[in-house]
Design a protein around this ligand. Structure first.
Ligand code: SF4
Length: 422
């Protein structure tokens, strides 16, 4: 690691004049220099609020997340870096974010993973107009005469009780740098709650700060940092089997298929089979599903795209084929239907009005081809047999990866055995 002059970019600090956040940022810059870190070995994580404006200020790796989630993001990065020597994750959060994300902080402390969390406690939500937070102190609330009977969370006590190796509250600006150095040097979870003046909504004078933020508190455990073994941080992709090309596709140009069904009807599974089948046929393919949060009811719509080229955008505003198997699905996609797409629809759904609006729609008795759970598979099999997209054998290959493969193969074979004018 080589000493660097600065870990900051040349961007001007975006904070209001006199804002305490700049003091901690400068102190961190100095601490990292004195610890001889290299910028590429530091990941700074932030979230929402005035404290979250720091990303462009640091010339390190930076990650920005949702309000209250920087400890969780930092924890994930720290776990991923656990086998790499000399790296450090430093997460920032405001007192508002710490209130919202308290569980994430306690989780990081409990796991004692090697990272430092800096809590910029200015006693209020600065970005939204100065509302008090769960860390607003009694003394501060007495001054503003609001909720003075409700005590604040003591983050240092809480994180210490949860297992943090090093938990410190610091309220004197000239002590922040050395406190940060000690925290960063700690192997394990360290937290520094730094009092940070907010002149715009909070206190006007620096010397008032010592009176509104509780005196320093340093709590330590001897507990060693949690060691993450390589095996514990395997990539999710490692359990995904590679799909090799086994079949040939006659696809001429990019095609998008939309399958519209109902919850429990297998639309999502079939779309996944279809996408896998595309890869077995040597194509690039994507699959995207949409369904309500209440997954057991309502529509279930899935989109699949095939192409010989890389697919960089998975959106499908104009599907080439609609395969509509239920009323829920029809209602969900009705605004997308048009006469430029080829529409395959269950015969029961194609009312006279529908046929008048979409005279080229092809009506098929999908619901008679298989039971409710397999109608989507039967419909997709039928359409693949009509169109030159991918061979049925590729779909069968994909289906074989499922535990219900025998049932699904029977459905596919059953549809293929039907007369072509069925
Ligand atoms: S509102 Fe307060 S915390 Fe936010 S930048 Fe201004 S002084 Fe700093």
């Amino acid at each position: 690691m080589t000493q660097k002059n600065t870990f900051l970019t040349d961007k001007k600090f975006p904070f209001c004049p006199g804002c305490g956040h700049g003091i901690t940022i400068n102190a961190l810059n100095k601490a990292l220099q004195e610890l001889n870190y290299d910028a590429k070995d530091i990941a700074v994580v932030s979230d929402i609020g005035c404290s979250g404006l720091i990303d462009p200020l640091f010339a390190t790796h930076t990650i920005h997340g949702l309000h209250g989630r920087s400890p969780a993001l930092g924890l994930g990065v720290a776990m991923g870096l656990a086998q790499k020597k000399g790296k450090k994750v430093i997460a920032f959060i405001g007192d508002g974010g710490a209130t919202i994300g308290l569980q994430h902080i306690l989780e990081a402390a409990r796991r004692n993973v090697d990272m430092t969390l800096i809590v910029l406690n200015n006693l209020l939500y600065g970005m939204t107009g100065g509302q008090i937070s769960g860390l607003s102190t009694q003394k501060f609330k007495e001054i503003i005469d609001f909720e003075k009977d409700i005590p604040p969370f003591d983050l240092i006590q809480l994180t210490h009780a949860s297992g943090a190796r090093f938990a410190v509250r610091v309220n004197a600006p000239n002590k922040i740098k050395d406190t940060l150095k000690k925290a960063i040097e700690t192997e394990g979870f360290s937290i520094v709650e730094a009092a940070s003046l907010c002149p715009s909504y909070g206190m006007k004078r620096m010397n008032e700060l010592a009176n509104v933020v509780e005196a320093e508190n340093i709590l330590e455990h001897e507990r060693p940092a949690t060691k993450i073994k390589d095996a514990q941080v395997k990539s999710l992709l490692e359990s995904t089997p590679l799909i090799e090309k086994k079949y040939q596709s006659d696809l001429k140009e990019r095609k998008g298929i939309l399958i519209a069904g109902s919850a429990g009807g297998g639309a999502q599974s079939v779309a996944r089979f279809l996408a896998m089948a595309g890869i077995y046929a040597g194509l690039e393919s994507t699959m995207k599903g949409e369904y309500p949060i209440t997954v057991g009811t309502g529509f279930s719509v899935a989109e699949v795209i095939f192409d010989h080229q890389k697919i960089n955008f998975t959106g499908l505003p104009h599907p080439d084929f609609f395969i509509i198997v239920t009323q829920d699905g029809l209602i969900k996609v009705s605004s997308k239907l048009n006469n430029n797409s080829k529409i395959y629809i269950d015969e029961k759904l194609a009312t006279d009005e529908f046929k008048a609006q979409f005279p080229n729609a092809i009506t098929v008795p999908f619901s008679k081809m298989a039971n409710r759970k397999s109608t989507a598979l039967a419909a997709v099999t039928y359409v693949l047999n009509q169109e030159d997209i991918i061979p049925i054998e590729a779909l069968k290959e994909a289906v074989k990866t499922h535990r219900l493969k025998d049932i699904f193969i029977d459905v596919i074979d059953g549809v293929m055995a039907m007369p072509s004018n069925y």
